[in-house]
Design a binder for this molecule. Structure first.
Ligand code: CMC
Length: 429
């Protein structure tokens, strides 16, 4: 949709740039012809003012704390639906009918096994390797196993690759965990739902029966829904950029996993829990809040702040409730980390520094406590994020491939290095 135009004057020359309007959210100025008409680029490190694409998948209003997938509020999806329904919605654009849902669940469930040779990949890693390092390697390796779904020009192959990744990611994540703790891999079981199957692959051992607790399985499922997509964040943009060159989908998702690992992004849930453990008790909170506010101290309150949300992250609210449900179910009455988290949140939300900078708890603030209570070590937290975000990456990657305006992503730069100079032989330097 095209709106009005914006006049830009550069070096005495004025050009009219068209603006475009979406269905909701701010308009954008289309600067596609700026360089051609003025010989200048725009400069926007960190893309704080740049829309990199059009998308119909996810909408965030950061000021109001709103998150919509295909128009549906995250609160409603998390309350009434399950993760595979959210996957269907993100991939196909509409909520499934009962028949479509059953068919989708069946297809995902029947793609959960990985090629048996994949299991030998794991033994190449040191036992103490971080499971995210293992994930980067193993997901990238999928393209060496599933050649019949790497032709990105074939919509059928794209959909097969998409289903394969949504289906196999829990299996690979659970294998990474089992390898890490020295236990045998547990194969998927087709009569279980997605979350129960995942919990079983992580926590069952061959010598005894394992039945997933339905409250905990529901919590796991909800955690997956909350992480499913988040528009053009760093890892999604990485997937799109990798995919823009025509790279195969498995390689693109491996690139997304690598990006997600960083502590400013998906690694924040691990960092947030480590921080809560380091603070240890409520009386030490003021010391850490003071450090977070100190310009000369690089310390940040992990699980606080967001590039887009300048209000309470709607996912954090649902996550906080889920944390209470899980601790309740497990009979954990006085969790010291939860106590520190709630007090830290209370103090930060009333502190001038955090109010002025609009720093609110994000999804990672409470997810770590929940995942720890579910039995996962901190090193697995980002792996679970990657598992859940795979559908978002895949939906965005598919959308990009189908976008007629899609071209290879190729940002430019402001060069600040040496101007041209002549080579000096080493004897004369
Ligand atoms: N603790 C203390 N101060 C902070 C924090 C924090 N967690 N986050 C931002 N600030 C300050 C920052 O120092 C800066 O101050 P000033 O304007 O005086 O220089 C101001 O707030 C703006 O911060 P920024 O780094 O310019 O903002 P950004 O949009 O580039 O960064 C962020 C967003 C999420 C990387 C950052 O808030 C952060 O590092 N938070 C902690 C890590 C975290 O929880 N990440 C998870 C994000 S949600 C999950 C996901 O989508 O991956």
């Amino acid at each position: 949709m095209t709106g009005t135009s914006a006049g830009v004057s550069v070096g005495g020359k004025t050009v009219d740039l068209p603006t475009r309007s979406g269905t909701i959210g701010p308009d954008v100025i289309d600067i596609g012809t700026l360089y051609k008409n003025t010989g200048t680029f725009t400069y926007d490190p960190g893309f704080t003012s740049t829309a990199s694409c059009e998308s119909k998948i996810t909408y965030i209003d950061g000021d109001e704390g709103v998150l919509l997938h295909r128009g549906y509020p995250i609160e409603q999806l998390a309350e009434h639906g399950d993760f595979l329904e959210a996957c269907y919605l993100l991939l196909y654009g509409e909520l499934p009918t009962k028949t479509q849902k059953d068919d989708f669940d069946y297809r995902v469930t029947h793609h959960t096994m990985v090629h048996e040779q994949m299991s030998r990949f794991f033994t190449g890693f040191r036992r103490d390797a971080h499971p995210m390092a293992v994930m980067c390697g193993c997901v990238g390796a999928l393209s060496a196993f599933y050649h019949d779904s790497t032709d990105i020009t074939d919509p059928h192959q794209r959909m097969v690759a998409s289903l394969r990744m949504i289906a196999k990611m829990p299996t690979i994540a659970a294998m990474a965990y089992k390898y890490h703790i020295g236990q045998p891999f547990v194969y998927p079981k087709n009569d279980l739902d997605y979350a129960s199957n995942f919990l079983r692959m992580c926590f069952a051992v061959p010598c005894e029966e394992y039945v997933a607790n339905p409250v905990l399985a529901r919590a796991m499922d909800r955690i997956f829904i909350l992480h499913a997509d988040h528009e053009q964040n760093a890892s999604t943009s990485t997937v799109r950029l990798a995919g823009s060159s025509g790279a195969n989908p498995f390689a693109c998702i491996a690139a997304g996993i690598a990006c997600l690992w960083g502590p400013a992004h998906g690694g924040a849930n691990e960092a947030a829990l480590n921080m809560l453990a380091e603070i240890g008790s409520v009386d030490r909170i003021p010391e850490y809040v003071a450090r977070a506010k100190d310009k000369n101290d690089p310390f940040r309150l992990m699980g606080f702040g967001h590039r887009v949300y300048k209000n309470y992250d709607p996912r954090a609210r649902i996550m906080q409730r889920t944390t209470h449900e899980v601790l309740n179910e497990l009979g954990i009455k006085d969790d010291p980390m939860l106590e520190v988290a709630m007090e830290l949140e209370r103090i930060a939300l009333t502190d001038e520094y955090f109010i002025e900078k609009k720093l609110y708890p994000n999804i990672d603030f409470y997810s770590g406590i929940t995942l720890k209570a579910l039995g996962f070590p901190t090193t697995m937290f980002t792996v679970l994020f990657a598992l859940a975000r795979t559908v978002g990456w895949i939906a965005q990657w598919n959308e990009m491939i189908e976008d007629p305006e899609q071209r290879i992503g190729r940002p430019r730069q402001l060069y600040i290095g040496e101007p041209k100079r002549d080579y000096v032989p080493v004897s004369k330097r």
